[in-house]
Ligand binder design. Structure first.
Ligand SMILES: Cc1cc2nc3c(=O)[nH]c(=O)nc-3n(C[C@H](O)[C@H](O)[C@H](O)COP(=O)(O)O)c2cc1C
Length: 356
C-alpha cells in the first residue's frame, strides 16, 4: 500500500510532501480511528523486545529519529505506528525559520536524502504549550539544540533553557551537537567546548532531578564524520560525566559515490549511503566505551538486517528516519519481526549484546 502512496508523494516536492504527511498525521492523532488503524496495520509487540536504558523502559528498541516531527505535532499517531520511543526536535529556545527552501532533497536511486533544514522549529515554549496535558503511551525524547544566532560560548544556556522547560514533559533528552546545518555547531564536539558544555548541562539536569525527585536520562548525539581519535575523546568525556547514552549518528557531510543528480546539494546525507559510515562510528564508540554507555544506533537503517547489525555492533536501541521515507511505516514492524526471528534462531531469551 505504501508503494502506491509513495509514487504519489514522490511527485511532490520533498518538503511539501513531508509537511502534508505530517499534517495528515496530526489530524489523525486527534481521532480514535487514526491511531487504531495505525496500530492495526503496523502494531507488533512482544515482551522480549522491551529494553531498559538509563532506568527508562522502552517497549521495543526501535525509535523514531529526531527531525521527522520536530514540533511534536503528531506524537499520538506516531506512537500507534509502534515505535519504542518518539524523539521530537531539534527544538531551540526561540522559534526559527531555518534555511531558505528548497532544503530537502530525495536521491531516489541512492535511497538517500540530503537536508539542510537548519533547525526550523516553532521553539520550545510553543512545543510545551502544545504537548502539555497530553497523555503518552511511549517514552518521549526531546532533542535539544541552540539557536543559530547564539554564539557557541553561550550554547549551554540554550540547552539548559530547553531542558528546564521540557523536563516534566520528556522522558529523555538528547543534546544535539552534531547537525551539519547550523554553522559552527559541530565545533561543540571538540574537547575544549564539549567538556564545559556537558558539565553545565549535567549540572542543570542534576538540579532539576533534585527539585523534581526524578533523574531523567541525557543522551548525546554525535556526527558520523569524526575520526577515531575524536570519537575516543567524546567517549571519555561522556563516561566521565555519566552521560546516559550516545546516539551514533547524525547525517554525514561526506559524499560517497552517488548516482542521483541531487548529490551535489549541500547538507547532511542520510539513508543507504550512510549505513557503513554510521556503523563504523558505532563500532568505534563501542570500543571506546567498553559497553559502559548504552549506544543508540542511527544512520542508514533501511531494513531489518541493517538494524540487527547495529545491535551486533553494540547498540541497545536503534532509530530510523530515511528508511521510513523509502519503505514506509511498515519498516518498524519489519525490524521488530526481524529481531524476534533472530532471537528465535539463536535461541536467545533477549536482544543480543555485544561481548567486549
Ligand atoms: C530532513 C531531516 C531532518 C533532520 N533533522 C534533525 C534534527 O532536527 N535533529 C537531529 O538530531 N537530527 C536530525 N536529522 C538526522 C536524523 O535524526 C538521523 O540522525 C539521520 O537522518 C540518520 O538516520 P537515517 O539514515 O535513518 O535517516 C534529520 C534528518 C533528516 C533527513
Amino acid at each position: 500500500m505504501y508503494e502506491q502512496l509513495k509514487s504519489l508523494l514522490y511527485l511532490a516536492e520533498p518538503e511539501w510532501a513531508h509537511e502534508h504527511t505530517l499534517l495528515l498525521a496530526q489530524g489523525l492523532s486527534h481521532t480514535k480511528t487514526g491511531p487504531w488503524l495505525a496500530d492495526f496495520l503496523w502494531g507488533y509487540e512482544d515482551d522480549r523486545l522491551s529494553v531498559e536504558i538509563g532506568g527508562l523502559v522502552f517497549p521495543n528498541p526501535v525509535g523514531l529519529a529526531a527531525g521527522f516531527d520536530k514540533d511534536g505535532v503528531a506524537i499520538g499517531l506516531l506512537e500507534a505506528v509502534g515505535f519504542g520511543a518518539i524523539e521530537v526536535g531539534t527544538l531551540t529556545p526561540k522559534p526559527q525559520l531555518g534555511n531558505p527552501q528548497p532544503r530537502l532533497f530525495r536521491l531516489v536511486e541512492d535511497k538517500a536524502l540530503i537536508n539542510r533544514m537548519g533547525f526550523n522549529n516553532g521553539g520550545i515554549d510553543r512545543f510545551v504549550n502544545r504537548v502539555s496535558g497530553q497523555t503518552r503511551k511511549r517514552p518521549l525524547g526531546v532533542n535539544l539544540g541552540k539557536n543559530k544566532d547564539t554564539p557557541n560560548e553561550q550554547a549551554g544556556a540554550d540547552y539548559c533553557y530547553g531542558l528546564e522547560k521540557t523536563y516534566d514533559l520528556g522522558d529523555y533528552f538528547t543534546i544535539n551537537i552534531s547537525s551539519p546545518n547550523t554553522v559552527g555547531l559541530r565545533a561543540l564536539q571538540e574537547e575544549k567546548s564539549l567538556l564545559p558544555l556537558l558539565q553545565e548541562i549535567t549540572a542543570k539536569r542534576d538540579h532539576l532531578a533534585r527539585f523534581s525527585g526524578k533523574r531523567k536520562p541525557l543522551w548525546l548525539k554525535v556526527a558520523p564524520d569524526l575520526s577515531a581519535k575524536e570519537m575516543e575523546v567524546i567517549c571519555q568525556i561522556a563516561l566521565s560525566l555519566k552521560i546516559d547514552a550516545l546516539v551514533v549518528s547524525n547525517t554525514t557531510l561526506e559524499r560517497p559515490a552517488l548516482a542521483d543528480l541531487n548529490r551535489s546539494q549541500t547538507g547532511g546525507l542520510s539513508g543507504a549511503p550512510l549505513t557503513a559510515k554510521a556503523d563504523q562510528a558505532l563500532d568505534w564508540a563501542f570500543g571506546y566505551t567498553h559497553g559502559q554507555i548504552p549506544l543508540v544506533g542511527v544512520g542508514g537503517i533501511m531494513n531489518a538486517a541493517q538494524a540487527l547489525r547495529k545491535f551486533e555492533l553494540g547498540a541497545s536501541f536503534v532509530q530510523v528516519y530515511s528508511g521510513l521515507i523509502f519503505s514506509g511505516p511498515g519498516l518498524v514492524k519489519q525490524i521488530k519481526e526481524g529481531l524476534i526471528a533472530s532471537l528465535n534462531r539463536e535461541r536467545l531469551p533477549r536482544l543480543p549484546k555485544r561481548v567486549v
